[in-house]
Structure formats: C-alpha cells, structure tokens
Design a protein around this ligand. Structure first.
Ligand code: F3S
Length: 329
C-alpha cells in the first residue's frame, strides 16, 4: 500500500493524528500500515490499533455470498439459500430485503416449479443434496472446496472399510454434512474431554478428519488422546488454511494487546472459537456482532487494541469498528 493510498484511505485527519510523516521518513510506512490501522493520540499517550490481516470473509464465504448477489443481479425469480448463506444477520437481512428466502428443508420447495437454490459454503448432507437435485429447481452448489474435499476423503476412506472419526461440533451443519458421506461407522468427537470418553472397537482402522474451522491446538490434543488410548488412526488434518491463519494471527495479536475485539455472528462457530483463543491471551476480549454492541472499558493504560473478525463478518463492519476505535477512544 502506498503512502498516498494510506492517506486517502484514512483521511487527512487520520494522517495528522497518526504521525504518518514520521514513518514515511524512515521508509517503513508500507509494512507498518498493512496491519496497523494507526497510532492515535489519546491524553498524550499513543494507542495503537491493529487490525488482523486475515479478519473477515474467507474465500469460501465470499464465493457463496457473491453467488447470491449475482443471482439477484441477474433478476432470477425465487432465489433460495439452504440455511442462512452466512452467520451474519446484517447480510442475511439485506438479502431478505432483496427477496432471497432461506429454507431449512427440501420439503419447503414442494409445489414450486421455478427457482434457484444456493447451497452455502458449509455444504449439506448427501441426502439433502439428492433431494434438492430432484426438486427440479436450479441448484447452485457453493459448498467450499475445502469442505468438499472432506466429503471426498470420508466417502473414499469409508468405502475402503475404514471407520471415520470427525473432530468437530456434532450439531454443526458442516459436520452433519461430513458425517453423511460415510459409507460405514462414523463417530463425532467434539473435544479433548470427549476424546477421553471415546470407547469403540480398537480392532478397527480409523481415519480422522476435522471440521474446517476447528481449533488447531484442540485438534492436536484430541488426536493425541485417541492415539494414546490404543486406536489405530490415520489422521488427515482438514482444518482449512484460512482458519489456521486467522486463529494464529488472532492469538499473536491478542498476546500483546491490552484490549481485543472479536467481531462475528452470535451463531458463527469460527467466530466463537476466535473469541475463545483471544480471551485466553487477553483478559479484556470483547465479542461483538456490530459496532452497536461495543461497550468498551478503556482507560489510559491501554496502549494496544487488536481487532479480528470471523469468516462471516463483512469488511464494512470491520471498517466501522476500527474507525470508531480510532476516533472515539
Ligand atoms: Fe472454506 Fe475455510 Fe472459509 S473451509 S468456507 S475457506 S473457513
């Protein structure tokens, strides 16, 4: 990002507030401003605000959301998403205003002869996919390729006779979808605590996969417990890179921040996991959905505020929050 672009993005006021010219003199402005939103004068002390580079929409969510807006633009009639396209009420509300309906069950399509159903990035179960296909409506499958890869692994491994262990949240739609692709025994292990209670046939061979947004450390702990308990396991780490990068970066920022803000939907599992990771590193971690939820307790001792966001948080909400922190605190 060039110096001019930074000034344009943050405005002249920001420019003078953050002492940008000082940085440009030492020639380090580009690197610093990629992740640092600014240094701001506050009661004669400077508060730094860091926005995570990997905050917000991942490519799978971007693709799914864009697919819906694309259909709206093409003025398609009867646009449905199977479940909310993302765990973000603002985006889902906007789509609703534009006529997009959310369905939760293929039976809701009975009697409808024309329309388009978009499958969200989490994917659906094999059965639901088949039912949607046989509805006669246009089906656009926006399942993230990383999730599809897990479906394929589970399908192929179980066809070879392996039992499957999915490390993840049992009731999460992504996990329900993954489980449905097994052609034989399949088990869900939610946590290291649950792994200790896992008591199945030790004579079988197991292939272990994970929910894409599972916490990396917890996944390692979970498989270690299963392995140490005498199971024959073949592990495929299917945590997606976007999640991995987002979590590692959030942890790193939270470790040095005095206050950490995690923006995400209340029902977004990856956002809640981010909050969990950040609150372990930073006692003052706030979990908000939009700027309206932000009621921060900031005193003069706060030098660094970190901001990150889950995969279903639109850029404009992140921008709003960071602008508010920079200008109002
Ligand atoms: Fe796909 Fe990873 Fe996003 S699995 S939907 S890129 S969090």
């Amino acid at each position: 990002m060039s110096a001019d672009a930074i000034v344009e993005l943050y405005g002249e006021k920001t420019h003078s507030q953050c002492g940008f010219s000082e940085f440009s003199e030492v020639g380090a402005a580009e690197d610093i401003f990629v992740t640092v939103a600014g240094l701001f004068e506050r009661n004669e002390v400077y508060m730094e605000v860091i926005v995570a580079e990997h905050a917000g929409f991942c490519f799978g969510v971007t693709k799914a959301v864009e697919t819906v807006y694309d259909q709206i633009q093409k003025e398609k009639k009867n646009i449905y998403t199977f479940g909310p396209i993302i765990h973000n009420e603002t985006v889902v509300g906007d789509l609703e205003k534009k006529g997009v309906k959310v369905i939760e069950n293929p039976a809701q399509l009975q009697g409808i002869s024309e329309g388009t159903v978009i499958i969200r990035s989490h994917g659906v179960t094999r059965q639901v996919h088949q039912e949607l296909e046989s509805s006669g409506l246009d089906i656009i499958d926006a399942t993230c390729p990383f999730v599809k890869r897990i479906h394929k692994i589970v399908d192929e491994e179980s066809a070879k006779g392996k039992s499957i262990i999915v490390v993840g949240s049992e009731t999460h739609p992504e996990v329900e979808g993954i489980v449905s692709y097994a052609n034989g025994p399949v088990f869900v292990v939610e946590s290291p605590e649950k792994a200790k209670l896992f008591n199945e046939n030790r004579e079988l061979e197991y292939t272990v996969v994970s929910q894409t947004t599972y916490n990396k450390k917890k996944f390692q702990e979970t498989i270690e417990i299963i392995n140490n308990n005498g199971y024959n396991i073949n592990i495929v780490n299917t945590i997606c890179n976007a999640t991995d990068e987002r979590q590692s970066e959030a942890e790193e920022i939270a470790s040095k921040a005095d206050v950490m803000i995690v923006i995400g939907g209340a029902h977004s599992s990856n956002s809640r996991k981010l909050y969990e990771i950040c609150s372990q590193r930073c006692a003052k971690t706030y979990f908000i959905q939009t700027l309206d939820d932000l009621k921060m307790d900031i005193d003069a001792s706060v030098n660094l505020v970190g901001i990150t966001a889950g995969a279903s948080t639109p850029k404009n909400i992140i921008e709003e929050v960071q602008k508010h922190v920079r200008t109002n605190i």
